[in-house]
Design a protein around this ligand. Structure first.
Ligand code: ATP
Ligand code: MG
Length: 351
């Protein structure tokens, strides 16, 4: 994410430094700060600091906020890095969310299962990503194993939602309280990992888009969020249900690099550096994003397609790791479907 933020920010005449290792994917894109003095040196270097993960230490963000500007603020990070706090805020703001119970012992889990019912998903309250730290419970005999898999971490039991599809909304808010919203997109996950995004999501009524934007606006304003904020939603028979938020650019927004007037990355950089926000409209009605997971695969096939755009992250291959993505631009639903079919080898084959 840091790499893509920098790539979007250079044409705006910004300079970038990164906290991390010398072999990080962003290493060649700016100065790298590491070691004991890494944070201090970064604070001296930067006019504004942002982060690419909600698993960033909130105490460190609070500390450096005393010396330099950090966007999004520690408040946004504190809430969004914890599934319990996130859902408390959803409820407080009247945003429908998954029925849940916090769990900190096996006894708690037994009680939560009797209240929430099964199937349900047990998740660690913090630090999960790409479906990691989750256990899907189908019957009560799994309670012991589910709790054991949490390794004693504070957890949350969520009712399993029988959704029609998954959607996400990405928005950006600047320091003058201007908001902009991208169109809702449709996301397909496999084993908890995002594999495919269709943007904009097909057949979204203006009413559903407006509802999602209203939820988003209340969240942006409540947290006084500066930068990009993402909300993941389940579309159900009874309307939209919020799953989780991310205080950052999001994998389901990568399509915007090739198919929006301003990408999510550029808009995040604009928001945190006091530049006017860019237009968030899609430049075509049909685009898609396919993640490259685990192994790079036959990228020559991608490069030969006139409407496919390859984005690699300079990461080494590892099972389940996000190594890059392919953006598809198209002029019709048919063209999107055909292109996805052509790139089938990048998608899981047991869907
Ligand atoms: P990421 O950070 O990659 O978005 P995550 O590890 O934080 O993922 P979630 O988004 O909560 O975890 O869950 C990953 C996926 O698992 C969801 O996108 C959805 O497909 C499925 N899932 C999660 N919670 C539920 C639920 N309550 N009901 C049904 N499916 C769910
Ligand atoms: Mg998620």
């Amino acid at each position: 994410m840091g790499r893509m933020l920098a790539i979007a920010g250079y044409p705006l005449n910004h300079k970038f430094g990164f906290l991390g290792k010398n072999d990080a994917p962003s290493a060649l894109l700016g100065q790298i700060f590491s070691g004991n003095k890494g944070i201090d040196d970064l604070v001296d270097f930067a006019d504004v600091i942002t982060y690419e993960s909600e698993n960033t230490d909130v105490e460190i963000v609070k500390q450096i906020s005393k010396k330099t500007t950090v966007y999004p603020s520690a408040k946004s990070l504190f809430i969004t890095q914890h599934r319990g706090r996130e859902k408390t805020l959803f409820k407080q703001l009247g945003i429908p969310c998954v029925p849940y119970k916090m769990v900190s012992s096996q006894q708690d889990l037994i009680k939560a299962v009797s209240e929430i019912g099964l199937p349900a998903i047990l998740k660690t309250a913090t630090e999960g990503y790409d479906g990691k730290g989750q256990f899907l419970l189908h019957n009560k005999s799994q309670i012991g194993a589910a709790w054991k898999s949490m390794n004693g971490a504070l957890s949350i039991l969520e009712s399993f939602i029988d959704f029609k599809r998954e959607l996400s909304l990405i928005a950006v808010r600047d320091t003058d309280n201007n908001h902009k919203y991208y169109p809702l997109v449709e996301n397909t996950h496999h084993n908890g990992i995002l594999r495919l995004t269709i943007a904009p999501a097909p057949a979204i009524s203006p009413k559903v888009q407006k509802t999602a934007e209203r939820y988003m606006q209340t969240l942006l304003d409540e947290m006084k969020h500066i930068g990009v904020l993402t909300i993941e939603l389940f579309e159900t028979e009874n309307g939209l249900i919020a799953n989780e938020m991310a205080p950052r650019v999001h994998n389901s927004g990568h399509w915007s690099i090739n198919s929006a007037n301003t990408s999510q990355f550029e808009n995040h950089i604009r928001a945190i550096s006091n530049m006017p926000l860019g237009d968030t409209s899609a430049t075509n009605n049909f685009s898609a994003m396919i993640n490259i997971i685990g192994e790079i695969g036959n990228i020559d096939a991608v490069l030969k397609m006139p409407n496919a755009h390859l984005h690699l992250y300079d990461k080494t291959e590892r099972t389940g790791r996000k190594l890059g993505h392919i953006n598809i631009t198209a002029n019709s639903k048919q063209e999107i479907d055909d292109s996805i079919k052509q790139l089938q080898e990048f998608l899981p084959n047991d869907d």
